[in-house]
Design a binder for this molecule. Structure first.
Ligand code: DGY
Length: 324
């Protein structure tokens, strides 16, 4: 008898075909462009052996109960898994597959892009062109700041944090410095040429801060008003990890009090952000819509891993990439 796999979205064509070509599964799929509504998800998940989900699907006890006793694996098409209740999965001995490694380059690239965009006032520049405010060349107009000789602070030196540090090094030059703050020891730090510091030192000394950590109980809203007050007045703050790591209400308050040189966000709370959200009123804030891994190459690789994870899981084999 074939195993039932629920796929909660349309994925890039290579992994989609890979999944469809598996002869031993029956594919049930939400094919709309939008996120599967919760009610629909609870209905479609009934009796499945495997779920291939997105970071937009909440995987909790209600959903696992709705799936029922056949469920053998959950595979998420993401490296982050804060949308999944890991304890509930553990209680039921259901492995969780995820997609580490393959989105490192794309996410580090977009982190660097946001640092540069924020530092050089890209959003304001584009708006000025579009709004007809671009006058003759002016020696004092739209001045940003450059990265040469700056101190960059990386919060979370995992795969993405390390890749971001390596990419930023040529921009800061020999006089610049990269410091980082991480929960665990990072033996690779020496070869990357980054220096470990305490959180408060990172806040105090950094001209640019890149949030590259995982979202968990410890990092949830860790960047709040008290923390912002410890940063340099003109700091550039970039977040490409998860929106909840920043307490957004506090970010707006700090911005309205004149803190920050500029801010670049690929993630925020909620997603999607309402176009009337107060955050977007601040010219020095650049927000892009969670595009960190959004390249065809990366999403294809993520999709292939997620498909392998779900197929091995329903076949009762060890997953190639499971959360420990
Ligand atoms: C992930 O995989 O967790 C990323 O946020 C997707 O861009």
């Amino acid at each position: 008898m074939s195993s039932k796999v629920l796929l909660t979205r349309t994925i890039p064509s290579e992994p989609q075909k890979f999944l469809e070509s598996a002869k031993d599964i029956e594919l049930i799929q939400w094919k709309e462009k939008s996120v599967i509504p919760r009610e629909k998800l609870l209905e479609m998940v009934k009796g499945v052996d495997g779920i291939l989900c997105m970071l937009t699907d909440k995987i909790d006890s209600e959903l696992l109960d709705a799936a029922g006793p056949n469920l053998k694996v959950v595979s998420t098409l993401s490296v982050g898994y804060d949308h999944v209740d890991l304890n509930e999965l553990r209680k039921r001995s259901i492995p969780l597959g995820y997609t580490p490694g393959v989105l490192t380059d794309a996410t580090a690239e977009i982190t660097v892009m946001l640092v540069l965009a924020a530092a050089r006032r890209m959003r304001e520049g584009i708006r000025a062109v579009e709004n007809g405010e671009w006058g003759k060349w002016n020696p004092t107009w739209m001045l940003g700041t450059q990265l040469t000789n700056k101190t960059v602070g990386i919060f979370g030196l995992g795969r993405i944090g390390s890749a971001t540090a390596l990419r930023l090094k040529p921009f800061i030059g020999n006089e610049g410095k990269i410091i980082y703050c991480s929960r665990t020891e990072k033996p690779e730090a020496a070869s990357i040429g980054v220096i470990k510091v305490d959180f408060d030192v990172l806040l105090r000394d950094s001209d640019v801060i890149c949030i590259c950590s995982a979202m968990n109980e410890e990092t949830n809203e860790m960047f709040n008003y008290e923390v912002f007050k410890k940063m340099k007045k003109n700091v550039i703050l970039v977040n490409t990890a998860r929106g909840n790591i920043i307490r957004q209400k506090d970010l707006c308050r700090a911005l309205s009090e004149g803190m920050f040189g500029s801010v670049g966000l690929d993630v925020c709370t909620p997603e999607p952000l309402d176009p009337n959200d107060p955050l977007l009123k601040f010219n020095k804030v650049t927000v892009i819509p969670h595009l960190g891994s959004a390249t065809l190459e990366t999403r294809t690789l993520m999709g292939n891993i997620a498909v392998k994870n779900v197929l091995t899981g329903v076949r009762g084999e060890p997953l190639p990439h499971s959360v420990k």
